[in-house]
Design a protein around this ligand. Sequence first.
Ligand SMILES: [Zn+2]
Length: 244
Amino acid sequence: MNDTASLSARLGKAVNRQRLVDTALRLIAVPSRTGEGGAVADCLAQLLREDGFQIERPAAGHPNAPAVVVRLATGKPGRTLQFDGHLDVVHLPFVPPQLSDGSITGSGACDMKGGVAAAVEALRVLRDANALSAGGVLFTAHDLHEAPWGFGQQLDRLIGDGVVGDGVLLPEPLTGHLPIVGRGAARWKVTIRRRSYCRMLFARPIWPARLRASVTLSPSRVTNSPRSAQARYIWSSTPTTTTW
Ligand SMILES: [Zn+2]
């Protein structure tokens, strides 16, 4: 068995499946819509503390939910591998965690509290197996990821403040694959203005999504308050005649 294979076997044996599952369930149990990730960040910090890790909590421009940072350093020169994950979930009704038939479900189970739990377990395993011979591992978890409620501001600030590794693993959901390279991401905001007077009839959410999307996008007043208008019209459960 070569060095990599024997190390992999050693680390594999050190993974505690039940501890990993428990970690994911604890994180999923804390509601954390984007921008409101303070409680789940506290939960993560607490469970890492229980495992004996030293925690840093830089606000990184978002004091309502300071980030969670752990450094696993060998003290020997070498590169730092970063595990990074977001703790926020999209703004949908909260679903509590459930474990059934070997699958975990609940808000953020897949994107990406399961991945954050895996990174936490990796930290434990690397430490307990004394597997690092040089350099170190940096673990970071934060809020403000999911657009359009967040735009990565807290992560940008962490990077700007130097809380960053030489390479990073992002355990986002990719059906079991661990990506080792990525092409980045782009986000944009579209504002549509029109001059014409607009009168529309629209009704229940079972109507085609494109119709509701067009209603959301078309009136100029939506650009003044996109989120409230979107919420009011998309989630309307009774037929409504609306005039702009
Ligand atoms: Zn995600």
